[in-house]
Design a binder for this molecule. Structure first.
Ligand SMILES: Nc1ncnc2c1ncn2[C@@H]1O[C@H](COP(=O)(O)OP(=O)(O)O)[C@@H](O)[C@H]1O
Ligand SMILES: O=P(O)(O)OC[C@H]1O[C@](O)(COP(=O)(O)O)[C@@H](O)[C@@H]1O
Length: 300
């Protein structure tokens, strides 16, 4: 079974405003609320591709209920831990001449709640897949991803991590099967802006020396680069299309890569499916459907 963990699920409030003006009353052209958070998005796209997973993590308050309800409508199985106080965050995605995001902090997660997650993690079995994705509420210790991976290190579990900065760096020693920084996040890890493919490949290889197995570097409209565990590299431009909502494009790419790899055991096929899924989501108002993904795969 595939398990996704989202420490900080959200309702994504996606608003389109023509020529947003700071400090003034702005009216929306359209608005939409979608369940969000990186692991949750991975679960939704996997489901769209016909692959079952269980979405885990923490939810709280009326927003938490709504996240759970909407996931059920999408047909996704979930096994969230319900926190008694606070509420799951609402992340604002403002689409205007430029795209801006405000991602909330999320509820306070206490020790007893965390223990419930550990208990679920301890039930994972050989051959399962674990996707750890997204930020953590600032009340949690920075080594929480490490603590989880430490618990499963003796089992043969395929681990995918989509996180930033130290959260990501500190788990490399557990040899995650896949990490997916975007080019800016990769640069951030090395304290510089990466200008060329060569620099990106060099930094990705540096992360391999620290333990990562496969590194998928997404570059939004520029496509992506994959550095396989063998050191072989692939680059592909993104397919062409009209961008409607790129929220969740990275998570869709992770889902596509996993789906392609699990179906074919082949990195090139995984890479193709990942790019198609990322771009199909960017070209849709919501996350990518299977039809959209298959159609874009023809172009890659
Ligand atoms: N503007 C775009 N045009 C075409 N494809 C896109 C666009 N934005 C994202 N994608 C696709 O989605 C993938 C992930 O997007 P990216 O924005 O890099 O991830 P993240 O959301 O993690 O920052 C890209 O590699 C690409 O395949
Ligand atoms: O956990 P973080 O880093 O705050 O990110 C959460 C946000 O990222 C998303 O999962 C989208 O991520 P991507 O665009 O990187 O795929 C949103 O649904 C959510 O609001």
């Amino acid at each position: 079974m595939i398990y996704t963990v989202t420490f900080n699920p959200s309702l994504d409030y996606i608003v389109k405003v023509d020529s947003f003006r700071l400090g003034e009353v702005n009216r929306t052209r359209s608005e939409k609320i979608l369940p969000g958070g990186k692991g949750i998005n991975v679960s939704i796209v996997l489901k769209n591709l016909g692959i079952e997973s269980v979405a885990m993590g923490f939810i709280a308050g009326f927003t938490g209920n709504e996240i759970q309800k909407r996931l059920k409508i999408f047909g996704c199985e979930s096994d969230f831990i319900r926190i008694q106080n606070g509420m799951s965050r609402i992340n604002v995605k403002l689409k205007s001449d430029e795209e801006s995001e405000i991602n909330g902090q999320g509820p306070r997660i206490g020790g007893a709640d965390l223990q419930k997650l550990f208990d679920r993690i301890d039930r994972l079995r050989e051959g399962d897949v674990l996707v750890l994705a997204g930020s953590i509420p600032n009340t949690l210790p920075e080594d929480i991803y490490e603590k989880i991976l430490d618990r499963i290190k003796a089992k043969n579990i395929l681990v995918v991590v989509d996180a930033t900065r130290d959260l990501l760096l500190n788990v490399l020693k557990y040899h995650p099967f896949l990490i997916k920084p975007n080019n800016h996040e990769l640069g951030e890890l090395f304290g510089r802006k990466l200008q060329s493919d060569e620099e990106i490949i060099q930094c990705a290889k540096e992360l391999q020396t620290k333990g990562a197995r496969n590194i998928l570097v997404s570059m939004a409209g520029e496509g992506a680069i994959l550095v396989e565990e063998s050191g072989r590299t692939h680059k592909s431009p993104a397919p062409k299309g009209v961008v409607r909502n790129s929220v969740g494009a990275g998570d869709s790419m992770v889902a596509g890569f996993l789906a392609g790899y699990l179906a074919h055991g082949d990195y090139q096929e995984a890479f193709r499916t990942g790019i198609a899924a990322g771009s199909a989501s960017a070209f849709s108002e919501e996350l990518a459907s299977k039809e959209d993904i298959l159609a874009l795969m023809m172009q890659i």
